[in-house]
Design a binder for this molecule. Structure first.
Ligand SMILES: [Zn+2]
Length: 147
């Protein structure tokens, strides 16, 4: 399935060069290759989620960002679909090497890594405390045995 590209708009919207809606890609006149690449990434995300899923994830991420106190630009940039598109729009080979569905779990991967680090630190602290307690207990036992 190929996208239906509609080119040469004068101005789709304020500060908008391209837009992907379902199977349609709308492009402003004279946009750069990276913008087309950006929209093609969104198109692939759409295929992976039957388009409606992309819309749901997109809206969820954006609203989540607003609730977290981000301004509309930062909320927009925190949308997983936009992260993938912006991070890779300048790599024109990206689409041929792209792993399907990876962008959906991108946030979770980062969280897992962070959680692992945090858990290690917490475990170290807990282990230290436990060890100290055990040492104290064994010392007490030693004293009791002496008596
Ligand atoms: Zn985008």
């Amino acid at each position: 399935m190929f996208p239906i590209i509609i080119k040469d708009f004068k101005n789709i919207g304020k500060d908008v060069n391209g837009m992907t809606v379902g199977p349609f890609i709308f492009l402003n006149k004279g946009v750069e290759e990276s913008t087309i690449n950006h929209e093609l990434i969104h198109y692939q995300q759409g295929i992976e989620t039957l388009f409606i899923g992309l819309w749901i994830i997109y809206t969820y991420d954006y609203i989540k960002g607003i609730f977290e106190g981000k301004n509309s630009y930062d909320a927009y940039m925190s949308v997983r679909a936009e992260k993938e598109a912006y991070e890779n729009e300048n790599n024109l080979q990206y689409l041929s090497k792209r792993k399907r569905y990876e962008w959906i779990f991108a946030n979770k991967k980062v969280n897992k890594k962070v959680n692992k680090k945090v858990n290690k630190k917490v475990n170290k602290k807990v282990n230290k405390k436990v060890n100290k307690k055990q040492i104290r207990r064994s010392k007490r036992l030693e004293c009791k045995n002496k008596n």
